[in-house]
Design a protein. Sequence first.
Length: 49
Amino acid sequence: MAKKDPWHSVKQNIYHNNTNCNTGNNIEKENIRQGTGGKPLCQECSRLS
């Protein structure tokens, strides 16, 4: 379980908090924002936690 501060993409309607999440790791650098963005947690991150 590799958790870290939450991040999200401006192009997705979910946020991530697990460094092992493939979806979260594949966000293009220019689209990454820190925080939850008021979005629900990614199901993959939830499952990995």
